[in-house]
Design a protein around this ligand. Structure first.
Ligand code: HEM
Ligand code: HEM
Length: 123
């Protein structure tokens, strides 16, 4: 079964490599309109994904489950909808991606909670 911890960690790194240049670009341009996007690429993309990965490392019994794989794909899909959705909501008042993306992001956290709860006595 794929190593879910590594997948989350690598995914987090990719988001950091997008979120940080956006921060640098905002600083250079002195245009902070995209600060919410920047903040959430770094926090949902980098920080949350990285934490999921590290916690799955600490709970191998949780990592080696179908639930953890579903969690990964829900988290990724949620981020890929939610983050561009922030931009679309701000620039075009087009809300469906940010709504569905944020609900999927919340669902991913619920799946994570269940996965960790089931494995709570194994770490
Ligand atoms: C190369 C790295 C980074 C650069 C150059 C950068 C740059 C910036 C800039 C220019 C702003 C806007 C400040 C303002 O509105 O006055 C900002 C805001 C912010 N950044 Fe970053 N950032 C970086 C990395 C990160 C990381 C790693 C995180 C989170 C883990 C983060 C989280 C935030 C948050 C939460 C805000 C506040 C947004 C707001 O005020 O609404 N940043 N950053
Ligand atoms: C379903 C997930 C999430 C939703 C729907 C959401 C939504 C929001 C909204 C509506 C704001 C206010 C933006 C404004 O002032 O106009 C905000 C700000 C903020 N959120 Fe989130 N958030 C989510 C997840 C997170 C997570 C996981 C973190 C941290 C790990 C986080 C950190 C922040 C921070 C630091 C701010 C203030 C900086 C900013 O204004 O962008 N959020 N969020």
């Amino acid at each position: 079964m794929a190593n879910i911890a590594s997948r989350f960690i690598l995914t987090g790194v990719v988001f950091a490599l997008i979120g940080m240049p956006l921060g640098i670009w905002m600083g250079i341009e002195q245009d902070f309109e995209n600060r919410h996007l920047h903040a959430h690429i770094n926090l949902i993309g980098w920080v949350a994904m990285m934490l999921f990965g590290l916690v799955y490392r600490a709970y191998p019994a949780a990592a080696h489950t179908v639930l953890a794989r579903i969690h990964y794909w829900v988290a990724l899909l949620g981020a890929l909808l939610f983050l561009p959705g922030i931009h679309l909501a701000q620039s075009a008042q087009f809300l469906p991606p940010v709504i569905f993306g944020s609900l999927l992001t919340l669902l991913s956290m619920i799946l994570f909670a269940v996965a960790i709860w089931r494995a709570r006595n194994t770490a």
